[in-house]
Design a protein around this ligand. Structure first.
Ligand code: GLN
Length: 308
């Protein structure tokens, strides 16, 4: 059997098993098994499928046919152009969250122009590692960091910023730490296990930017979720209580316990939640602006409160 034939057979097997996008999934698994990029795989299209990889190939296909997200099977998901390790203890980073990171970087560079040096320039400096918490750069805190997608991306894009990241799950923090190490950002991130902002309230951190993509799915929507999400992604990363807003309410209440109000609070929200979350933020403090950002699917996806 050639590689092309293995691909065709796998696509039709996944399709018969009811997997969405069977061809794209077959392709990602094939690249993973062969250790090839897409173009490398196409160059080997007519070669025989390597016999020593056959058992592994069939194991992976069986997992995919059982509904498991391909990202957990291959152990990786790209976010903001960076390869993040993922596993069943963490939510798979979603492309819409890249827009949240982008907005935080944009506003952060606007408010702290001296801290906005790009990674490339900092790496090129003879001193090597940029100094932490350089004057004029913000402290940013990612609450519920999961895989570390937000925290690690911010630390690598904005190497002069100081990044704090917390999660309730020790397993998630372990994964986030591995990602930071793998992507060369470990020395710029402080981690804490704990409930939302609690660790930073206890250590009295002055947080300039709070960013969070908390669990926000209303519990009553569980039955309507895609099986891939409902059966495989961690429950604690998905559900935000009966109306989905519980974690926003608690974080907004915790703002008053911090030594100072952050100048930027940037939340990802679920469908139909933007007004309620904007309202919570407006009630809690005076802002110059509370902006809602729409994602590529046209859904109001992020709420960003700021004071210049
Ligand atoms: N912060 C992580 C992400 O955006 C995890 C979010 C979560 O688990 N709700 O991917």
């Amino acid at each position: 059997m050639t590689i092309r034939e293995a691909y065709a057979e796998a696509s039709s097997f996944l399709q018969r098993s009811g997997v969405r996008e069977p061809q794209a999934n077959a392709e990602r698994l094939l690249e993973h098994v062969l250790g090839e990029s897409r173009s490398g795989m196409l160059l080997r299209w007519a070669e025989p499928f390597p016999a020593e990889q056959e058992a592994e190939w069939h194991r992976l296909l069986a997992r995919k046919a059982g509904g498991e997200p391909v990202q957990y099977i291959i152990g990786e998901q790209e976010f903001y152009g960076l390869p993040f390790l993922v596993g069943p203890a963490v939510l798979i980073p979603r492309p819409e969250t890249e827009l949240l990171v982008e907005e935080v970087i944009r506003l952060g560079r606007l408010f702290w122009p001296e801290g906005g040096v790009r990674a490339i320039e900092a790496e090129a400096s003879p001193a090597g590692e940029p100094s932490r918490n350089a004057a004029g750069s913000p402290v940013v805190c990612d609450v519920g960091t999961g895989s570390g997608a937000i925290a690690v991306t911010l630390a690598s894009q904005c190497p002069l910023w100081r990044v704090l990241a917390s999660d309730l799950s020790a397993e998630a923090l372990e994964m986030a730490r591995r990602n930071a190490e793998r992507l060369g950002a470990a020395s710029r991130i402080d981690w804490a296990q704990g409930d939302l902002l609690q660790p930073w309230i206890e250590s009295g951190e002055l947080i300039d930017i709070l960013v969070s993509n908390p669990p926000y799915i209303p519990e009553e929507d569980e039955a309507g979720l895609q099986a891939e999400v409902r059966l495989f992604e961690p429950r604690t990363a998905l559900y935000g209580g009966t109306d989905g807003l519980v974690l926003y309410r608690r974080m907004v209440a915790q703002l008053a316990e911090l030594p100072g109000l952050p100048r930027i609070v940037a939340f990802e929200v679920g469908m139909g939640q933007a007004d309620a979350v904007s309202g919570l933020l407006r009630q809690a403090a005076e802002w110059d602006e509370v902006r809602v950002i729409r994602d590529l699917g046209g859904i109001d996806r992020h709420v960003v409160a700021s004071r210049a």
